[in-house]
Ligand binder design. Structure first.
Ligand code: 0O2
Length: 210
C-alpha cells in the first residue's frame, strides 16, 4: 500500500462515519416532524494535490500535516436559514463522540473575499485494528445561499488561481452581498416557509398512506 493511502485511510473512515452520524441528525428531525435545521450534509477527503498546495502555501512541513492541517477531512452541513446554523452548532457542542478544538465564525466576521460560513474544528477518534487514532476534521456549517456563493467562488478561484480580473472581483463582491440579502429576506419569511413545508410534508404522508 502506498504511503498516501495509509496516511489518508483514517481520514476516509472518519468522513464516512461523520456523514452517517450527521445525516442521522436530519432523519431524527424528520421523524419528530419538526423543522430540520440541517438541509443536507456532504463530506470529502482533501485531494493529495490540494494538501500539497496548501502545505506549500502555509509552510506546513509534510511530517506536521496531522497536527497542523485541520481540514484534510472536511464535512459541510447546509441549512435553510441563518438561525439554523446556531442550532446546528449547539447540537454539535452537545455531542460526545468528538471534541471541539476550535470554532471560527466567518458569519459575524466575514472574510475579505465575501466568504461566510461557520467552521468547527473537531478531534475525532477513529477505531482502527491498531487501536484508536484521533484525527482533526473541519465541519463547515452554512446556508444554501452561502454555499452557492462559496462553490462558485471556489471554482473561479481555481480558474484564476486567486488573481481575479477586476470585473469578476467586483461581481463576486456584489454576489456575496446579494447572498447576504437573500439570507436576510428568507429569515423574515421563515415562518411562512416552514408552514408551507410542513403542509406539503403532511400532504405527502397522507398520499403515501393512501
Ligand atoms: P478546499 O478546496 O475547500 O479544501 P485559510 O486557507 O488560511 O483561509 P484555514 O486556516 O485553513 O484557512 O482555515 P479556514 O479559513 O477555517 O478554512 C479554509 C477552508 O474554508 C477552505 O479550504 C475553504 O473550504 C473555505 N474557505 C475559506 N475561505 C474561503 C473563501 O474565501 N472562499 C471559498 N470559496 N472558500 C473559503 P481550502 O483549503 O481553501 O479549500
Amino acid at each position: 500500500m502506498k504511503h498516501w493511502d495509509l496516511f489518508l485511510a483514517p481520514y476516509k473512515q472518519a468522513i464516512e462515519e461523520l456523514k452517517i452520524k450527521l445525516k442521522g441528525m436530519r432523519s431524527q428531525f424528520e421523524m419528530d416532524s419538526t423543522h430540520s435545521p440541517i438541509e443536507f450534509v456532504t463530506g470529502r477527503v482533501k485531494p493529495i494535490a490540494s494538501i500539497l498546495d496548501k502545505a506549500n502555501q502555509k509552510g506546513i512541513p509534510l511530517d506536521k500535516l496531522e497536527s497542523e492541517m485541520q481540514d484534510i477531512a472536511g464535512v459541510r452541513m447546509m441549512c435553510q436559514f441563518v438561525d439554523d446554523i446556531k442550532r446546528v452548532v449547539e447540537l454539535l457542542r452537545q455531542r460526545n463522540d468528538f471534541e471541539i478544538v476550535e470554532e471560527r465564525d466567518y458569519i459575524s466576521h466575514k472574510k475579505a473575499s465575501g466568504y461566510r460560513s461557520y467552521h468547527v474544528v473537531i478531534r475525532y477518534p477513529v477505531q482502527t485494528i491498531k487501536g484508536e487514532k484521533k484525527i482533526l476534521a473541519e465541519i463547515q456549517i452554512r446556508t444554501l445561499a452561502m454555499n452557492f456563493w462559496a462553490t462558485v467562488e471556489h471554482s473561479l478561484n481555481y480558474k484564476y488561481k486567486g488573481q481575479f480580473p477586476e470585473d469578476i472581483q467586483m461581481r463576486l463582491q456584489r454576489a456575496a452581498e446579494a447572498a447576504f440579502r437573500l439570507d436576510e429576506e428568507m429569515s423574515l419569511i421563515r415562518g411562512e416557509i416552514q408552514d408551507a413545508q410542513a403542509f406539503f410534508t403532511r400532504k405527502k404522508e397522507k398520499q403515501q398512506k393512501g
